[in-house]
Design a protein around this ligand. Structure first.
Ligand code: PLP
Length: 416
């Protein structure tokens, strides 16, 4: 049966039929024909506690008893107000304002616009953005501009704006990264944007908290705004609630989405320091922050995010994350001296390893072959080229993960 649906990041000419999912349960997707598939990548990194966490589902049902979407200019609602207060209590201290949007990409677009608005409204013309190579910040024109260039955005390159790129701080290249950031900051750019500790779609590349701290300090010394894109790393993925917490840093602007609602509904926020809000606070209407999307601060999504905050407060989420970190370390350890793999790595709950294959890179045939190999074994693992990674929900157990790692070893035998 042919479907009229056009799926994201899908080459329909090569992809098989999409698999209809009837239910989600904890760490699993259940197909219409009853297969239970381990969601080892948390459905594109959104599901944190597990699918359909009861408290979050209940909060969604309850919210729909009284509210649906309402215009968020001139009006407000309790879920948005309470959520903003709650977020400021758990976010790195010193962030003061919460701007709502609806996806990771929009939270980054908002961050970039806040940064440029800040400089314009304070009378300095700064517009250049400094970025890290191999970064991914979304698929809109602005977020593609600040992300790595490649096959995904080649067609749109004429629309993308220029940025200054610094190298990823790979082992042995840390000093070069810091020196490049120092040099870039000396040219008075508007902001530096970075994924803290883990560059996700760029290949699950991981770097140390002390480097994140050093980058933050470099920006502070030069008065360059520091934007932390925690869309993927936020809400526990790297072992702490936010990756910035491990470096003990407070960014000027912080983007969150994905795990903000536990993954149940789309919502995003961009948090900023009071100086950035203050720069837009004026009796001059031209200094308004000109950004909105129709579904800004959707009350039902805000209620889901509030329930997520409660889950973090009332359930042993930190202990669960610690246990998953330990389990992931135990499972990945044997691969560290397996000659079929390289760069075997872990940051918090995320593990990644590169299969030595003749055809590396995102478009390499090895990626889809691995994906099919895992799916045949009821595992949703979506490699980035030859990079295999696991980012399971925090409810994943030893019994869930053992077959996943066994399949990774088997894939190396079958496909490397
Ligand atoms: N920023 C980062 C670090 C991400 O990993 C992603 C998505 O994977 C985004 C931004 C974009 O988020 P969304 O897909 O919700 O627009």
């Amino acid at each position: 049966m042919s479907s009229p649906v056009w799926h994201p990041f899908t080459q329909h000419a090569l992809a098989g039929a999409m698999i209809p999912i009837a239910r989600t349960e904890g760490a699993h997707l259940v197909t219409e024909d009853g297969r239970r598939i381990l969601d080892a990548i948390s459905s594109w990194w959104v599901i944190t506690h597990g699918h359909r966490h009861p408290a979050i589902m209940a909060a969604i049902r309850e919210a729909t008893e009284s509210l649906d979407q309402i215009i968020f200019a001139g009006f407000t609602h309790a879920p948005a107000e309470r959520l903003a207060e709650g977020l400021l209590k758990v976010a790195p201290p010193g962030l003061a304002r919460v701007f709502y949007s609806d996806s990771g990409s929009t939270s980054v677009e908002v961050a970039l616009k806040m940064a440029l608005g800040f400089w314009r409204n304070t009378g300095e013309t700064r517009s250049r953005i400094v970025v890290m190579e191999a970064s991914y910040h979304g698929d809109t024109i602005g977020t593609m501009s600040v992300g790595e260039r490649g096959v995904f955005n080649a067609a749109y390159a004429p629309l993308l704006f220029e940025v200054e790129r610094i190298p990823f701080p790979a082992a042995g290249r840390e000093a070069a990264t810091l020196a490049a950031l120092e040099a870039a900051c000396a040219k008075a750019p508007a902001a530096f944007i970075v994924e803290p500790l883990v560059l996700g779609a760029g290949g699950m590349l991981m770097y140390r908290p002390d480097l994140l701290k050093a980058m933050r300090e470099t920006c502070a010394r030069h008065g360059v705004l520091f934007i932390a894109d925690e869309v993927m790393t936020g809400w526990g993925r790297t072992g702490t609630r936010f990756a910035c917490d491990q470096a003990g840093i407070v960014p000027d602007i912080l983007c969150m989405s994905k795990g903000l609602t536990g993954g149940a509904l789309p919502l995003a926020v961009t948090l900023c320091r009071k100086e950035i809000f203050q720069a837009h606070y004026s009796d001059d209407r031209a200094k308004t922050f000109f950004h909105s999307s129709s579904y800004t601060a959707n009350p039902v999504a805000c209620a889901a995010a509030l329930a997520n905050l409660e889950v973090w407060n009332e359930e042993p989420v930190t202990a669960r994350i610690d246990a998953l970190c330990a389990l992931q370390e135990e499972m990945i350890a044997p691969f560290r001296d397996d000659p079929r793999f390289e760069s075997v790595r872990r940051c918090g709950t995320i593990t990644a390893l590169d299969l030595k294959a003749r055809d590396a890179g995102y478009l390499a045939g090895i990626g889809p072959r691995l994906y099919d190999f895992f799916l045949e074994r009821n595992l949703l693992i979506r490699p980035l080229g030859n990079t295999i990674y696991l980012m399971p929900p925090y409810c994943a157990t030893r019994a869930d993960l053992e077959p996943a790692y066994a399949a990774i070893a088997a894939a190396a035998d079958a496909l490397a």
